[in-house]
Ligand binder design. Structure first.
Ligand code: KG4
Ligand code: ZN
Length: 381
């Protein structure tokens, strides 16, 4: 079964063709980084307009790379939410119109469900390629951590139904009450004029800094201990910078960057950062990563679950991967990540999640609509 996945919830226009929910025949992503870079964050109207420009060529390219004409697609899976409404609507309307005109089934997919399926998809691919990795089992505790989300879920795979295909159920255990972790990376990078998106830049610069230099206090949560909050940490960084030499240095960097028309290399950026800036970003990154790892392990321990999935753009973070791998070894958890390409927004994860929904009998009709807010699983207790 060939599923065409379409994803346009934020600033990536993406389309992919996935066979039987497990084989990625194409995975095309048109990034809008260049458009939003100078703003240090996604500008919703610009994002929608760019999706409109890119959606048709991206879908065509996904079919071309998969070696199938559009008519060869068996079903269309499209992101229904959560996300930026103007962005979501472009992919949703395009997917809906395609399904209608081709006479093929359509299914809506929750973006977070897509991120969860990215882990399973990557694990299946690795095993198909003969790599000796353990099978990603269920139930799992899944951390979805990106620019828009920081959420913990319990995921269960329900036995194969009459269709012969399993279905999945999701229980929300906790979520961020303010900034998402990726958003905090992006805002700190913006404050320090390090570039956009901030996560990858801070990840690379932090390798050169000492993470023990700045002692940020642990993030304390009243109520649900599996919720997250990163705005206090972001503000703590702001207070460390405001009115100090770090602020003048950031201002100089801002001027230098706006005068350089081309992308700056890591070496050039490094040369424009003092030791104190490197130490600050390394300490900030460590504080975020420590919090993410500890709450996820607490969720897994509390539920008595040994399998952990980590997905979303921040799952690309090298320290996060390292710390989860170490914690997994030390405390006996199996931790699974998608490839870097499947961690950030893409449509292969939407096609894979859509495949299981279709196999379980889900079908969307022409009333399918986009939802800026679209919770996955029931609300935390
Ligand atoms: O999943 P994604 O592509 O889009 C959303 O659904 O938000 O995630 C993008 C986010 C951005 O905030 C970006 O800064 C962050 O993921 N990110 C990283 C890294 N790579 C991307 N954060 C930390 N370290 C990274 N290496
Ligand atoms: Zn995402």
């Amino acid at each position: 079964m060939l599923v065409l996945g379409i994803e346009s919830s934020c600033d990536e226009t993406a389309a992919a063709v996935v066979a039987d929910g497990t084989r990625v025949l194409s995975n095309v992503v048109a990034s809008q980084i260049k458009i939003h870079e100078s703003f240090g964050g996604v500008v919703p109207e610009l994002a929608s307009r760019e999706h409109l420009r890119k959606i048709a060529p991206v879908v065509d390219e996904a079919c071309r790379q998969a070696g199938t004409p559009l008519q060869g697609i068996d079903a269309v899976a499209v992101t229904e939410g959560p996300g930026l409404i103007g962005s979501l609507l472009v992919g949703l309307v395009y997917g809906k119109a395609l399904a209608l005109s081709l006479g093929k089934p359509l299914v809506g997919v929750n973006h977070l469900e897509g991120h969860i399926h990215a882990v399973l998809l990557h694990n299946t691919i690795e095993r198909q390629e003969g790599k000796s990795v353990p099978a990603a089992g269920f139930p799992s505790i899944t951390l979805v951590v990106s620019g828009g989300h920081t959420s913990l879920f319990r995921v269960d795979r329900d036995a194969a139904s009459g269709s012969g295909s399993p279905s999945f159920s999701y229980k929300a255990l906790g979520q961020t009450r303010d900034d998402a972790a990726g958003e905090a990376f992006d805002k700190v990078a913006k404050l320090l004029a390090l570039g956009y998106p901030g996560g990858p830049v801070i990840d690379r610069l932090a390798r050169e800094g000492n993470p023990s230099t700045v002692k940020f206090s642990r993030i304390r949560m009243k109520g649900n201990p599996l919720d997250f909050s990163f705005s206090g940490l972001k503000t703590a960084v702001l207070y460390r910078v405001r009115g100090t030499a770090l602020a003048s240095e950031a201002e100089e960097r801002r001027i230098w960057r706006s005068a350089s028309p081309d992308a700056v290399s890591d070496e050039e950026l490094r040369a424009h950062c003092s030791r104190s800036t490197l130490d600050l970003v390394a300490s900030f990154q460590r504080a975020v990563v420590t919090d993410l790892v500890e709450r996820t392990l607490a969720a897994a321990t509390g539920a008595g679950i040994r399998t952990i999935f980590v997905s979303g753009g921040v799952a690309c973070n090298s320290l996060l991967r390292e710390r989860f791998a170490k914690a997994g070894e030390e405390h006996g958890f199996n931790v699974f990540f998608p490839s870097l390409r499947l961690s950030t927004d893409n449509a292969a994860m939407i096609a894979a999640a859509g495949y299981y929904r279709l196999a379980a009998g889900h079908r969307a009709d022409s009333s399918l609509n986009a939802h800026a807010s679209f919770p996955l699983g029931n609300n935390p207790a």
